[in-house]
Design a protein around this ligand. Sequence first.
Ligand code: TYM
Length: 337
Amino acid sequence: AKVSLTGIKPTGDPHLGNLVGAIRPALQLAEEYDSLYFIADYHALTTVRDPELLRHYSRSVAATWMAAGLDPKRTTFYVQSDVPEIFELTWALSCITGKGLMNRAHAYKAARDRNLEAGEDPDAGVNMGLFNYPILMAVDILIMESDVVPVGRDQVQHVEYAADIAGSFNHLYGRSYEFKIPQAIIPPGETGHTLPGLDGRKMSKSYDNTIPLFLQENQLKKLVRRIPTDSTPVEAPKDPDSSAPFLILESFAPPSASGLVADTRKRLEEGGMGWGELKNVLFEVLNTELAPLRERYDELMRPGSELDSFLADGAERARARASRVLSSVRKAIGIAR
Ligand code: TYM
């Protein structure tokens, strides 16, 4: 089977946008692909400086993927830092990657542009981890011989860089070993509307407008009430497609609730359903769906839970794959005796 791989950075507690935009569509691919999922903890290190917090986020993101339905027996699920082969290959591929390519990477360029605009040294606050980030990510992808990489739009350039770097390697050493050329795939949901957050903008950690996945019921209810709506009266017809609570309902609701969603749309369009009632519907759907996930998440977060043995098993299988590729590369480049 073809190989699908995706990574997620443990930089915060997972929210509804992560589940709908990234986790669910990536899990879907396990039906069709030999699927790998990993926690990119060394990528998170470019920004997270609190060791306890990094440990917590790594565990919390892993528990979330499992609570959302990842099956660690059918897929390969691991933590990036458990696969040291990745770091050895990162050096080897750094030596054949042009600095100019890295200069043009979006995240680095954005930091530079911000500094220039502020009249500061262009590299102020930029660490070498941020600069080398795309090479480490290319290695994540190439060392597992990935065919496809499901990511959001913001990560597409990184996958293109991985393809570029693989091309350079193949050009130089292809007689001895060839990397597969990976391709990004963007989940279907993302080409439509992105999930709005509590202020109506795209739900994102950086806007501080998220609905975290594992809230207590009363906190969840409170947050749902805070989603902005306009002052259209109860009886008036409303446009569901410009209503944040409706858009969240529509993207989140499971197939079994599609009748409820269609019915809600109709009642909004015809008038007679107020925003308060819509929010009650949304809360009920969220709470019903999330309650079993929350329970599983809490179980997995307990110290010594089965999460540890699943990740250890995943790491072993990931390393077996990675070391096969690494030893071919070592031969190809003249490092192995
Ligand atoms: P990260 O951790 O920022 O995001 C994880 C994934 O979620 C997608 N995403 C979204 N998709 C839709 N709507 C949103 N609002 C939204 N916010 C985030 C991201 O595009 C991503 O797919 N560099 C990567 C992690 C990484 C990786 C890899 C990914 C490291 N190595 C190898 C794939 C393959 C990152 O920072 O993702």
